[in-house]
Design a binder for this molecule. Sequence first.
Ligand code: ATP
Ligand code: MG
Length: 346
Amino acid sequence: SFSAALERSAAIEARIATHPHELRMLTGDRPTGALHIGHYFGSIRNRLRLQEAGVEILQLIADYQVITDREVAGDIRGNVHHLLLDNLASGLDPERSTIFTHSAVPALNQLLLPFLSLVSVAELQRNPTVKDEAATAGITSISGLMLTYPVHQAADILFCKATVVPVGKDQLPHIEQTRVVARRFNERYGATFPEPGALLSEATHVLGTDGTKMSKSKGNTVELRMSADETAKRIKGAKTDSDRHITFDPEQRPEVANLLTLASLCEGTDPVLIAEEIGDGGGGGLKKRVTEAVNTYFAPLRERRAELAADPGFVDGVLRTGNERANEIAEATLAEVRSAMGMTYP
Ligand code: ATP
Ligand code: MG
């Protein structure tokens, strides 16, 4: 349940403060486009906070997950490169973290076989996030991969025995599924996997310019990599409402409240105060304020990103090293799993 997840998230917070070196973080993004400010406030800031605290970081680029809700992967190589740049420019330190693509880690994927034996088709069909995503993508016939990707995600999390998974709310059913897989494996074959917990952020649902969840496949984003002008253009086109007097009212005025929240996250001030300052300035005044706040906050990140983009050899090296390290971890875990299952041969 949500309240249990919240409690676990709070317990993880406490352990981050007292025992960061006992924790391991895994989180991931799909290479379906460049990262946006929703990712930044929803997840990346937590990644950086954990890195600062001394928690080991594993950052997954979930390339096989691209073909869950679409037929072909598109420019997967280009999109992987953008995710690397976005993560590095945000401040993920390649010396302290492992950034990898799961397609390059065969032993991770092999965990899917025993894990699939631990879940029932009926249980997979009940997953609310899979149902939502299929509906959003307009999919009427769910593929075997779409149905089972939460179990693949369990392999992503458990291959490295991650204990902390910073995510948005939409991911909670998958974390719960991962906990169930870990528990059932341990019951059947002996204690092998820890049960991970979600670390929830304060901004789990940033809206895009059309008023629905900001998503990189929907064209409603402000991308981290955008120029100041592109940002201004995107925000200018954002949906607001006809009331010129700006107030912070997330229930009644979700689009206006979302823009105020973005300004407040960038400025580190209270959204209610920002609303008062804009007063009768209307949507125009609000958008001007948000544009300035976003462009100021992300200027250093954008500068770093441009520098990194000029050195593709370095960026490729980060992925090569990350994939090597992920393979070492996955092979060790797979050996342990096979041995627990009695599959050790001459
Ligand atoms: P896609 O449209 O391709 O699914 P996405 O924008 O939803 O892309 P994902 O790669 O699916 O991005 O999600 C990566 C992570 O970012 C997840 O933990 C997810 O919960 C979080 N996230 C995605 N969109 C938002 C958002 N608008 N606000 C806050 N967090 C988000
Ligand atoms: Mg998504």
